[in-house]
Design a protein around this ligand. Structure first.
Ligand code: FAD
Length: 279
């Protein structure tokens, strides 16, 4: 069982628990992106197993009518597991998502996976003509070119700052440079990109900038934040009429995800400490 301390960031061990969480968030006007925890499988069997779990999840979302979608990680569905395993599993999930009308996101992992992820996304998004979205990372120096390439691919793009510790040869390392790149890319999306724009950030500065760009270009956008991070802001933005999606991971591999959240920010570590020592 997930201890209460981790359940702030993880929506349960089972799909049923995650769907209950999504239902509760929907009551507050927040839609939910469900992600089954798991990554870097180097064998086919667990990748196939998780792909099958996503197909089932898509069917469950459709049959319950919950306002939710899914987000998959390439290395979870076979990127490290040999030739074409990722592409085959991605297609399998995309077919189910298309059949059931459930939106399918793909997370972006480290820079060595960018090309293969972009290729797979582009092929499927063109074939299914939308209903799919891809995460792009502002810290990578290549992203302006990738956005040009993706400009006429149907679907949505989620712009994030980037979670991976990348080499300076390929990535902006300074926080200020990443923030600057984020703003430039966001402006580019509002100006040039016809698909859906998702602001994947907790940063009030980026969210305010998106609001200004939305007004300037008279365009809708969505804000995406992680479960357990700035949840008050998530509900407030939704109450203000912004489309808000909460990314909620679930599954039995919750420990490493929880540990990452606690390590990355002082506020999260203090929260964990308070839960342990009761202060
Ligand atoms: P930061 O630069 O971390 O923080 C900026 C400001 O935001 C802070 O100063 C503070 O005001 C506020 N803030 C941030 N965290 C907190 C907190 N815990 N409590 C209170 N205030 C806070 N990365 C990838 O590489 N690939 C992915 O596929 C991917 N998918 C993502 C999906 C979603 C929905 C989200 C939200 C993030 C995703 N990320 C992904 C992670 C992302 O790249 C960043 O590492 C992460 O979001 C932290 O950057 P930030 O923009 O939130 O702001």
């Amino acid at each position: 069982m997930i201890p209460p301390i981790a359940s702030r960031f993880v929506a349960g061990e089972s799909a049923a628990g995650a769907l209950d969480h999504a239902r509760r968030m929907n009551d507050d006007g927040v839609a939910v992106i469900l992600n089954l925890l798991g990554e870097h499988y180097d064998e086919r069997a667990p990748a196939d197993e998780d792909a099958a779990a996503y197909v089932e999840l898509v069917e469950d979302i459709a049959s319950t009518g919950i306002d939710a979608c899914v987000s998959v990680k390439p290395s979870q569905i076979g990127l490290d597991a040999g030739d074409r395993v990722f592409e085959e599993n991605y297609r399998r999930i995309a077919e189910a998502a298309d059949e059931h009308g459930v939106f399918l996101w793909c997370d972006m992992e480290d820079h060595e996976t960018t090309d293969v992820t972009l290729d797979a996304f582009e092929e499927l998004a063109r074939e299914f003509d939308g209903g799919m979205g891809l995460c792009v990372q502002a810290n990578l120096k290549r992203t302006p070119d990738d956005l040009e390439r993706l400009a006429d691919v149907p679907g949505k793009l989620r712009l994030v700052k980037g979670a991976y510790d990348e080499p300076a040869a390929v990535a902006h390392k300074q926080k200020s440079a990443v923030n600057e790149a984020y703003k430039e890319l966001l402006a580019y999306l509002f100006r040039e990109y016809d698909g859906g724009i998702a602001v994947g950030s907790h940063d009030p500065e980026m969210i305010a900038y998106a609001r200004d760009l939305g007004a300037e270009y008279d365009r809708d956008y969505e804000v995406q934040m992680l479960m357990g991070v700035r949840e008050v802001a998530q509900r407030e933005l939704a109450a203000d009429g912004v489309e808000v999606w909460q990314y909620a991971p679930y599954g039995d591999k919750w420990f490493s995800y929880f540990y990452r959240r606690v390590r990355e920010r002082k506020e999260n570590a203090l929260f964990a400490l308070r839960a342990v020592v009761g202060v």
